[in-house]
Design a protein around this ligand. Structure first.
Ligand SMILES: Nc1ncnc2c1ncn2[C@@H]1O[C@H](COP(=O)(O)OP(=O)(O)OP(=O)(O)O)[C@@H](O)[C@H]1O
Length: 217
């Protein structure tokens, strides 16, 4: 019989186990509240990115995974990857270089938002929300590292994610900037009630995140 899941809001990793060949890479069971950052730490190769891939629906077929992942009571693992709406940030902001900042932002807005003016106003508000008002026409290559990270955050939020999956997104930023950007990311997640899975090697990130720390490996 299927186990009942009682968590109504937030993220639940329900008996998640991932194996590579005959080796169990990781086994986790955890719940995180909406807006809570669940930090995942562990040595290189312990499976941190693999866990994010399982949640997001892009796990390489070389792995065997079992267990269920819920966000706000919806089982993500029962949905196709494109229906999971996981917002992902990597080390690199991965902005589209051939589009302006606004182009990058407009690209992320769901197609259900049809009006051109409405789309532009959402993009403008998102840019303002990350402290970059007025930079919409800029080419991403002309932005600083911190500004690129802010655009990447605005873009991921515009896609209306159910949860944020962060794979060492602050690791290329220097200390001051790192602190600014991570506080901005955590504040936005909290404001929008988004659960967050944060992969990091940095204890200061985990401390700033303020939530539980899952140590694997
Ligand atoms: N496509 C794949 N096929 C086979 N093995 C893989 C594949 N992708 C990753 N691995 C292996 O799975 C293990 C977990 O990798 P993963 O990238 O999740 O580790 P990680 O904890 O995120 O490491 P790091 O901190 O170095 O980023 C590693 O041993 C890695 O070599």
């Amino acid at each position: 019989m299927t186990k009942q899941v009682t968590l109504a809001k937030g993220l639940k990793l329900d008996g998640v186990s991932i194996a590579l060949g005959n080796r169990i890479l990781l086994a986790v069971d955890h719940e995180a509240a909406p807006g809570e950052v669940l930090t995942i730490m562990g040595p290189s190769g312990s499976g941190k990115s693999t866990l994010l891939a399982y949640v997001g629906g892009f796990l390489d077929p070389a792995f065997r995974a079992t267990g269920r992942v819920f966000v706000d009571g919806t089982e993500l693992t029962a949905l196709a990857p494109e229906d999971r709406h996981a917002g992902i940030l990597f080390q690199d902001p991965l902005l589209f270089p051939h589009m302006s900042v606004n182009g990058n932002l407009l690209f992320a807005i769901p197609r259900a938002v049809r009006g051109k003016a409405e789309r532009l106003s959402l993009a403008t508000a998102a840019l303002e929300g990350v402290g970059l008002a007025g930079l919409g026409e800029r080419d991403p290559d002309t932005l600083s590292g911190g500004q690129k990270a802010r655009v990447a955050l605005a873009r991921v939020l515009l896609a209306e994610p159910r949860a944020l999956l962060l794979d060492e997104p602050f690791s290329k930023l220097d200390a001051d900037l790192r602190q600014q950007i991570r506080m901005l990311v955590f504040a936005k997640a909290h404001e929008k009630g988004l659960p967050v899975l944060l992969v990091t090697h940095d204890e200061a990130d985990a401390e700033a995140a303020g939530g539980a720390v899952l140590r694997i490996g």
